[in-house]
Design a protein around this ligand. Sequence first.
Ligand code: ZN
Length: 418
Amino acid sequence: MTGRPRLETLRVDAARLENDLAELARIGRSDDLPGLDRRAFTPADMEGRAWLHEKLEAAGLAVRVDGAANLGARWPASLDGPCVMTGSHLDTVRGAGRLDGALGVVAGLEAVRVLAEQGVPLARPVELVAFSDEEGRFGGMLGSQAMSGQLTPEAIDRAVDLDGVSLERAMAECGYNAHDALAAEREPHTIHAFVELHIEQGPVLERQSELIGLVDAITGLFRWDVRLVGEANHAGTTPMDMRRDAFRAAAEFASQIDRVLEEYGGPRSRATIGRIELVPGAANVVPGEARFALEVRDTDARTLAELAHAFRRTLSAIVRRRDLHFEFDVVSEIEPIACHERVMAAVSKACTTVGVSSFTLPSGAAHDTQMLARIAPAGMIFVPSRGGRSHSPAEWTAPADIERGANVLLQTLTELAR
Ligand SMILES: [Zn+2]
């Protein structure tokens, strides 16, 4: 076959890629906030979408927008059958850096553009998608949830942002009908494979001085809102042995986290209390109630289940001894996923083709890939993040790493689509 060696020498145009990232990084800037703000279905998000729309058209690609406002293009448009999909998100958190999400979309754009320009013969079409509201103005991963059939009409009706604006209204203001999102669902057999390029958002690759992260799993999590209930009392008149102090119970629980992880967790387990509130919350009152969020992550579903069990037992032992009681609500539960062998093998081969070293690691953050994995063989490619910084203007990846990551993405797509 004469096409074969040509495929392996395909590379992205690094200057064009860097230029695209710089252009996109100008959208969503404001004078009163460092970093970017392109939260979903805001004018800045719409401007980012318009920018991508224009780039795709300029590359001669037919733009596709589905019911969930996922935006992208497929090449060659004439080719039917299951596609090889890549994508990420254009929306950001408030005060974001320039790469989270944007890198995967812009590198995907560049990859599809290179394939189209070179007229590379492929057996399967390659499709780029920029997913809607990954960062969670309305809960998170809206577009990829819709595409993978996880969205319900009730969830659409319920979704509001922190200011009380409903998803329905925000989408309507941008010219979309939120309930059309249900029509974005794709049948599993229509996607041959999905791969997402993303910044690591953690310090592991930098520490290993490896160039590319080959992601083998995406962490799952559970998040509980816990309430420890004792009795509020006068801080001066209540003897120490007669208190039912909710904070000290919470503190004891926090001090047990390391032990629980050692006994029931694995090397990839994480547990965090990131928020705590005491009621009534006065310096001269023994707190009668402690409300806190417990978030636990792991890449293994069984380990997560065991940790949930162990944390529940620990809580109940502490409250029993201190004459309190506890209750908790499960706020969210996300199943961990394992990346697909076929996609991992393609990424690994692409690293060899491009001539870069790789390091296998899990993703500790949630990504659209997690949703797509429900309907398609899926995987991820990471590039190093300086200092592990993300969701911050300090987010930075060396241009050479960006170029390598984009080339690995391009080669992975051609490998899966040939
Ligand atoms: Zn992201």
